[in-house]
Design a protein around this ligand. Structure first.
Ligand code: P1T
Length: 388
């Protein structure tokens, strides 16, 4: 599949007609276990926590889309990050971007820290800042680019160089971009993660996560990264069911055309908001006003579908706007075909301590939009009437 273009891979990579029946679409192997001819003599499947044929097709497809060698899927995005953290041992150190999905930060500070891992959070838009935080026991650098919710951009190539110089792995949460716009493994990252709940599935009806890696054996791990992650996937057991894997396989077939439309619509919405007198500022990596637009363009091929903006007038005005919209649903999550709007400080990032939110700029006037694939004119008209 390596020679084919992305639009072809999302339809065909890993997906073969079913050898028994010729079914063109991947069958849903809704089974927890597999009959063995004699103890230990089986067809490669023993128990669905370890392997399931529907899940395996999805994993093969994901490895192809991110240009990796292997992919593993999990029952949520956070479960996939927790599996990465389980590569580490008590006493190990992680450097993470300061602006992350609130649930990721909660997993780091309120779960993993209790298991003896230590974390430094820092603004990594200046990659050299990362260098200053690396310690002899740093095993992992974890970033989002663009970040959730502020859409800050970090130099993925440079982050990989710095992490590797110190013997650490670079993990990139690629949820906001999808492999259609950005493929961090090609930029030097070691682990790519997605909340597939978002663009990858694209229809707001599944929770799932994935990790994609290349073949490699980090010296401190002492074994292949993929082999260890596969061991953890089975040992921890946060695996998705076959029906959800089927739904994501179906959603992925339209990933390329959906992302093009999300991107075009988001650019129009961001441009409209930027010119509106009631809007203080807009952050969208595709806008010329974004401080790292050139860097973003050098490592990805689109701005994506997420836009954040600060409304003049703070919380009361922000609430009024969200209550006045007709097409946009006020909801957490993102990446579905339908447009969603939310207030990070009260919703997705409420678990981030208030002093950290203030320091980062997740203010009461900050609003985040997941721009869907509806007609852009209808979305802008809805925002216009609500702003009025
Ligand atoms: O919800 P889950 O599938 O567990 O994924 C967590 C996650 C990880 N990384 C990023 C960048 C994310 O945006 C998320 C989930 N985010 C939301 C629910 C949200 O509204 O931002």
């Amino acid at each position: 599949m390596a020679d084919y273009k992305f639009e072809t891979k999302v339809i065909h990579a890993g997906v073969e007609p079913d050898p028994q029946t010729g079914a063109v679409m991947t069958p849903i192997y809704q089974t927890s276990t597999y009959a063995q001819e004699s103890p230990g003599k089986h067809k490669g499947y023993e128990y669905s926590r370890g392997d399931n044929p529907t899940r395996n097709v999805l994993q093969t497809q994901l490895a192809a889309l991110e240009n990796g060698d292997h992919a593993l899927v999990y029952s949520s995005g956070l479960a996939s990050i927790d599996n990465v953290l389980n590569l580490l041992k008590s006493g190990d150190h992680v450097v993470a971007g300061d602006d992350l999905y609130g649930g990721t930060r909660r997993l780091f500070t309120r779960v993993a820290q209790n298991r003896g891992l230590t974390f430094s959070f820092t603004c990594l838009t200046d990659a050299e800042e990362l260098e200053r935080h690396m310690k002899p026991n740093t095993k992992l650098v974890w970033i989002e680019s663009p970040t959730n919710p502020l859409l800050k951009v970090m130099d993925i190539r440079r982050a990989a160089e710095i992490a590797h110089k110190h013997g650490a792995l670079l993990g990139v949460d690629n949820t906001f971009m999808s492999p259609y716009f950005q493929r961090p493994l090609e930029l030097g990252a070691d682990i790519v993660m997605h909340s597939m709940t978002k663009y990858m599935n694209g229809h707001s009806d599944v929770l799932m996560g994935c990790l994609v890696v290349k073949d490699q054996t980090p010296s401190w791990l002492g074994e292949s990264l993929f082999a260890k992650l596969k061991f953890l996937q089975n040992s921890i057991g946060a695996t998705p069911g076959p029906f959800d894997c089927f739904l994501v396989l179906r959603g992925l077939k339209t990933l390329a055309i959906r992302m093009d439309r999300h991107n075009a619509n988001a650019m129009k919405v961001a441009t409209f908001l930027e010119s509106h007198p009631k809007v203080e500022s807009v952050s969208y990596p595709g806008l010329p006003s974004h401080p790292n637009q050139a860097l973003h363009a050098s490592q990805s091929s689109g701005g994506g579908g997420m836009v954040t903006f600060v409304l003049k007038g703070g919380l009361p005005v922000a609430k009024k706007l969200l209550e006045s919209l007709k097409l946009f649903a006020v909801a957490e999550s993102l990446g579905g075909v339908e447009s969603l709007i939310e207030h990070p400080a009260i919703m997705t990032h409420a678990s981030v301590p208030v002093e950290v939110r203030e320091e980062l700029g997740i203010s009461d006037g900050l609003i985040r939009i997941s721009v869907g694939i509806e007609a852009a004119d209808d979305l802008i008209a809805d925002l216009d009437q609500a702003l009025r």
